[in-house]
Design a protein around this ligand. Structure first.
Ligand SMILES: Nc1ncnc2c1ncn2[C@@H]1O[C@H](COP(=O)(O)OP(=O)(O)OP(=O)(O)O)[C@@H](O)[C@H]1O
Ligand SMILES: [Mg+2]
Length: 312
């Protein structure tokens, strides 16, 4: 569901985005009773720049996620979303603070965390089946078992018929489905997704969002999903972690009041629109004199054409 989705404004005033129907309130109460899978504790990551100064990519983040929770992370460019995911994946180390997965501190990468990025990261020389079997085989799983499991994961993402295809024979959406199957084949506790649908066209993206909700429903996995798309975040998430930049800090943690199961028809529901309005206000605050010019009037004109006639 891209931001281009029609969200015709309702004439009646929107409800408070924090208001929850009784059934939604019950769902959140149950969610919070589930065990904590991930604890982010006073997490800070600073980078040194070549000129000797420092960038604080994220500062003092604190939050927890529960088992089988779907958390979306939203925020302006540079607010530390990818830094957070890389720390969680164990590809980077915090400057200070801790990350706990099932109560154990994260040190380096591990099969308990699955990753899906925007760029297609499949091995091009391996078939779909071989890509999905790769992780389990590396960890010493017996070949027959790895193959049986891989077939099951491919069935779950709807690609059983493409087991023997190579990645270059697949569409972008299918490649991302294989990437999800490959990540899940290691039985991770948590799936870390960094703008996984960012490169897909709007229609494929909408289908992938539906697929992902279906997969999540059938698998015992917690999902952390980074996106720039407000509608995508509301459609997918239980809670949305909104970050702000310079330094990256938590702006707000929103409990999405839209009931489950989710359906695209909810895009125009009052709860959806109220949440969207709140996210809009957090992510796109009104321009001030300190921010970049919003009017094209202020942009310098550089002509890169020799054609004599004007286009407008
Ligand atoms: N390896 C690095 N060395 C130096 N600075 C870095 C490094 N990685 C990230 N940063 C800085 O940390 C800040 C956060 O970057 P990050 O990539 O996490 O942002 P992001 O929220 O994922 O942005 P985007 O939405 O554009 O993907 C930025 O100012 C970035 O320049
Ligand atoms: Mg990023």
């Amino acid at each position: 569901m891209s931001t281009s989705h029609s969200t015709s404004p309702s004439t009646s005033p929107l409800p408070d985005y924090r208001a929850q129907s009784p059934s939604v309130a019950v769902r959140f109460a149950k969610l919070k009773e589930r065990p904590v899978v991930l604890t982010v504790e006073n997490l800070t990551r600073r980078f040194s720049k070549p000129d000797g100064t420092e960038t604080t990519a994220i500062e003092n983040l604190n939050f927890v996620t529960h088992r089988r929770e779907f958390v979306c992370i939203l925020g302006p460019s540079g607010c530390g979303k990818s830094t957070l995911i890389r720390l969680l994946a164990g590809l980077d180390t915090p400057t200070s603070g801790r990350l706990l997965l099932d109560g154990k501190e994260v040190h380096g990468p591990g099969p308990d965390r699955g990753m899906v990025f925007q760029g297609y990261t499949l091995f091009p020389w391996k078939t779909v089946m071989q890509n999905v079997m790769f992780g389990p085989l590396m960890r010493g799983t017996d070949y027959a078992e790895a193959r049986r499991d891989a077939l099951q994961w491919l069935g779950l993402v709807g690609l059983s018929k493409f087991a023997d295809a190579y990645p270059n024979q697949l569409s972008g959406g299918m490649k991302q489905r294989v990437a999800i199957a490959r990540a899940l084949a290691n039985n991770p506790r948590i799936l870390l997704m960094d703008e996984p649908f960012g490169a897909l066209d709007a229609q494929t993206r909408a289908q992938m969002q539906k697929h992902l909700l279906q997969i999540w429903k059938n698998v015992d996995v917690t999902i952390l999903f980074i996106t720039h798309d407000l509608d995508e975040a509301i459609y997918l998430a239980d809670r949305i972690l909104v970050l702000k930049a310079n330094p990256g800090r938590i702006n707000e943690l929103i409990e999405v009041p839209v009931p489950r199961p989710r359906d695209p028809s909810q895009f125009t529901s009052p709860e959806f629109l109220a949440t969207r309005a709140r996210l809009d206000a957090l992510i796109h605050p009104p321009a001030t004199s300190a921010t970049e010019p919003t009017s094209t009037e202020n942009l310098p004109i550089i002509r890169l054409t020799q054609a004599g006639d004007d286009v407008e």
